[in-house]
Design a protein around this ligand. Structure first.
Ligand code: FAD
Length: 254
């Protein structure tokens, strides 16, 4: 089975993020493999272990994204491809480039994350399925493959839905799908020798005009600082009364 995992390098949102000139300041920022894409990589490895095949991790991003792809290779993916072009900025262009690669190479199973933890549009993977004209199911928490069909369990806003899908198809991973492995030391060493392709738009038969962004980011800001905590005082009964009042007036619970 030929498996392609769509994987994006994201900012580590657990670390401090600074905005400078309307953009996230990259100096000192820490980058990681998008955690939802880690579930996708882990699932690809488990499916390969059961059904055989080959796993390619595919990304659109600047050169630094190679590090996230190396993490996926160290986990167990077989090869990586990185599409880098400054013209690829919005979900429209990024998904066009990813779909062009998949069309060129073909695959039986496409996996991605539910969303990226930095921009979080939740669009790219699903757009790729749309461009390829294949079925997709988002936010899956279980994947079982039997021949040319897949049965998936998906998280439907707290409820669970079981869906049967004909392959080739695309699925996006939700937390709970699996427990991603840590890359082992031998895995890290082996990753250095695995095939790693660097591509430009022209390699995919695309031009800058084809991927020209359809959206413009007009501003970017950090969430407001959280106000300091407040300590209640007095007898427990008085504190409970204060707490109820605060929840009503400031917590906006009623
Ligand atoms: C003018 C402009 C400039 C921008 N500049 C930047 C920038 O410098 N850096 C930046 O990170 N974003 C930038 N963006 C946002 C950019 O549009 C999104 O990062 C990108 O389209 C992916 O969307 P997302 O991160 O919300 O992913 P989502 O749609 O939330 O991702 C869902 C899933 O799709 C797959 N996926 C998403 N993106 C990729 C990718 N690049 N490669 C492989 N798989 C992917 C992954 O499986 C992921 O889990 C810019 C947007 C605009 C409009």
């Amino acid at each position: 089975m030929n498996i392609i995992v769509l994987a994006k390098q994201t900012l580590d949102t657990e670390e401090r993020i600074l905005i400078k000139d309307g953009k996230v300041a990259e100096d000192g920022a820490k980058f990681i493999l998008n955690p939802y894409d880690e579930y996708a990589v882990e699932e690809a490895i488990r499916q390969k272990e059961k059904n055989g095949g080959r796993i390619t991790v595919l990304s659109v991003g600047p050169e630094r994204s190679a590090e996230a792809l190396r993490t996926a290779l160290a986990m167990g993916a077989d090869e990586a491809a990185l599409i880098s072009d400054e013209g690829l900025t919005d979900e429209y262009g990024v998904s066009l480039a990813l779909a062009a690669y998949v069309r060129q190479h073909g695959c039986d199973l496409l996996l991605g994350g539910s969303f990226s933890v930095d921009n979080g549009a939740g669009q790219v993977a699903v757009r790729v399925a749309g461009l390829l004209g294949i079925p997709h199911t988002s936010s899956i928490t279980r994947l079982e493959i039997d021949g040319g069909r897949a049965v998936v369990l998906r998280d439907a806003e707290g409820d669970s839905e079981t869906v049967e899908v004909v392959l080739p198809a695309l699925f996006t991973a939700q937390q709970g799908l699996n427990d991603p492995r840590y890359p082992s030391l031998p895995g890290i060493m082996k990753a250095k020798k695995k095939p790693f392709r660097c591509l430009q738009l022209a390699d995919l038969g695309l031009s800058e005009a084809d991927v020209a962004p359809r959206t413009e980011r007009t501003s970017l800001s950090l969430p407001p600082d959280r106000p300091a905590g407040r300590r209640l005082s007095g007898e427990p009964k008085q504190q409970a009364a204060q707490l109820v009042r605060l929840l009503q007036t400031e917590g906006k619970l009623w």
